[in-house]
Design a protein around this ligand. Structure first.
Ligand code: GDP
Length: 513
């Protein structure tokens, strides 16, 4: 099977530029980041990245120890702050954990399942925070929740079907900043829609983000306790976005809930587990460690406290971690309930004490065997960055280079912004007529008002162009677009905007040799 370059880059957590550099280095030819490459090449790329992460080609690939269930130990959760917890030596008492399905003795490639990581998105005031609060209150064991639960960016709920990890920053900001750095943290997105308000601008944005990231969605229709709740209207409105609820014959799971009374929340959790099962989420607790920073802050006493989501492998106190161009040794690990633990396996959010610098959300975390290796990896990264900066100075990806491969339907991704719903609809109507068998125009998002930073992040994930009609971008947004190499253009006349789309379509038609 073949894989597209940008998909591979995303899966491996590197940017497209880096991927092209490696391909150049290997002498592999490609037309654009949407070109496909062969399995053999993919293996080579993985090897190169592993060597880089391990500090250079001299390193032999490390053998993977057999997967073993992660033993978690922690003190009783007490009303102590994270900072205090971190500066005391921890007594150990075993805390019950939801048993992860044990690794089986079947073929080595049968990796153990891991818990799903869920993010909640939706329009402001539709009940994201309330829903998270309800789940936290009812599904995090009281004993553990008893302490002053600090917001650390994630929490673990125990359900009858197993552990479910929730990203605790509602809204798509967290989702997009993490994704903008190439990391995929969420396995499932819950789109919350208030039953008395139906689809609103940020609902559409949230849906667009989940779709661009190809993260499965579950819709929670919230506030069904209200007398004016109209869940049927929400379902009809979803259908108009081509999202067809199951009961209307589509495949979108829609669950009516009330974050106030708790009605339906159990069903929602069931559907999360069901979706996770279908996604067949697995990870190797014994594999090489890989994680992503969810959020990070500096505590005046303790120092940097970063919440890291373990994606692969297992973290242990004492490990060396490399993040960005810094590294640190893990002094302490704290679970999301404030309990000290010694190690953390896949799909576990864990607060790490020991980073020397404050990492950004979305940064990838790797481990190193010792300080020497950690330093080497950092030095390698500094070198790579300088090389990449130089390379960027020399060449920029042209639109033509972004073109799709021959013989396939190509897609022009656009984000539309306009001053009114009327002009948005007019533009979309014209664009729909411009589609041909060869070129599809995919409107990722059509929104009223100026483009936002979120739009730029979405455009960078999906490789889209942002086209504005009668609205302009704020200076800050323009700057980010420039930094990320995203085309962002404003027009005052609809037909000039359409001309631009024509140009994009033509740019996408490759000469046939
Ligand atoms: P967010 O902005 O999406 O995080 O929304 P919030 O969770 O802050 O909720 C906004 C408002 O809606 C608050 O006043 C909540 O009390 C209220 N709310 C949230 N969920 C429900 C619900 O299920 N039923 C009712 N009646 N009100 C709710």
């Amino acid at each position: 099977s073949k894989v597209r370059i940008y998909n591979l880059a995303r899966d491996l957590g590197v940017d497209n530029g880096k991927m092209l550099e490696i391909l150049d280095g290997l002498g592999v030819s490609y037309k654009s980041v949407s070109s496909t490459i062969e399995d053999d090449t993919v293996d080579l790329i993985k090897q190169i990245l592993e060597e880089e992460a391990a500090g250079g080609p001299a390193q032999a690939p490390t053998s993977t120890p057999a997967a073993e269930p992660v033993q978690a130990s922690a003190p009783q959760a007490q009303a102590e702050t994270q900072a205090q917890a971190a500066s005391q030596s921890a007594p150990t008492a075993t805390v019950e954990r939801m048993p992860e399905p044990a690794p089986t003795a079947s073929p080595a490639r049968e990796l153990p399942h891991r818990a799903p990581v869920v993010t909640i998105m939706g329009h402001v005031d539709h009940g994201k925070t309330s829903l998270l609060d309800y789940i936290r209150k009812t599904k995090v064991a009281a004993k553990e929740a008893g302490g002053i639960t600090q917001h650390v960016g994630a929490f673990e709920a125990r359900t009858s079907k197993g552990r479910v990890v929730f990203i605790d920053t509602p809204g798509h900001e967290a989702f997009t900043t993490i994704r903008a750095r190439g990391a995929n943290v969420a396995d499932i997105a819950i789109i919350v829609i208030a039953a008395d308000d139906s689809l609103m601008p940020q609902t559409r944005e949230a849906i667009a983000h989940a779709q661009a990231a190809k993260v499965p969605m579950i819709v929670a229709i919230n506030k069904i306790d209200l007398p004016q709740a109209d869940p049927e209207r929400v379902k009809t409105d979803l259908t108009s976005l081509n999202l067809v609820p199951e009961e209307y014959g589509g495949d979108l799971i829609v669950v009516p809930v009330s974050a106030r009374t708790g009605e339906g929340v159990e069903d929602l959790l069931e559907y999360i587990s069901l979706t996770a099962e279908l996604e067949d989420l697995r990870a190797d607790p014994g594999g090489e460690f890989r994680g992503v920073v969810i959020e990070s802050r500096v505590d005046r006493q303790a120092g940097v406290l970063a919440t890291v989501m373990v994606q692969e492998g297992t973290l242990h106190v004492g490990d060396f971690l490399v993040v960005g161009e810094g590294y640190g040794k893990i002094k302490a690990l704290t679970d999301t309930n404030g309990g000290r633990i010694k190690d953390a396996g896949p799909s576990t959010p864990v607060q790490v004490l020991g980073f020397s610098e404050n990492p950004s959300s979305g940064e990838t975390v790797r481990s190193a065997k010792n300080e020497h290796q950690a330093r080497e990896v950092v030095a390698g990264r500094v070198g790579d960055r300088r090389d990449a900066e130089e390379a960027r100075g020399r060449r920029r990806l042209s639109l033509e280079e972004m073109m799709g491969p021959l013989g396939e339907t190509r897609t022009v991704n656009v984000i539309l912004r306009a001053d009114t719903q009327g002009s948005l609809e007019a533009i979309q109507g014209i664009l729909a007529k411009k589609e041909t068998d060869d070129v599809k125009i995919n409107v990722l998002l059509a929104g009223i008002g100026s483009p936002t930073e979120g739009d730029v992040l979405l455009a960078s994930t999906a490789e889209a162009t942002i086209l504005c009609f009668s609205v302009t971008a704020a200076g800050g947004v323009k700057k980010i677009a420039e930094q990320k190499g995203i085309e962002l253009k404003s027009f005052r006349i609809i037909y000039e905007l359409i001309d631009e789309v024509d140009r994009l379509i033509k740019g996408n038609v490759e000469p046939v040799f």
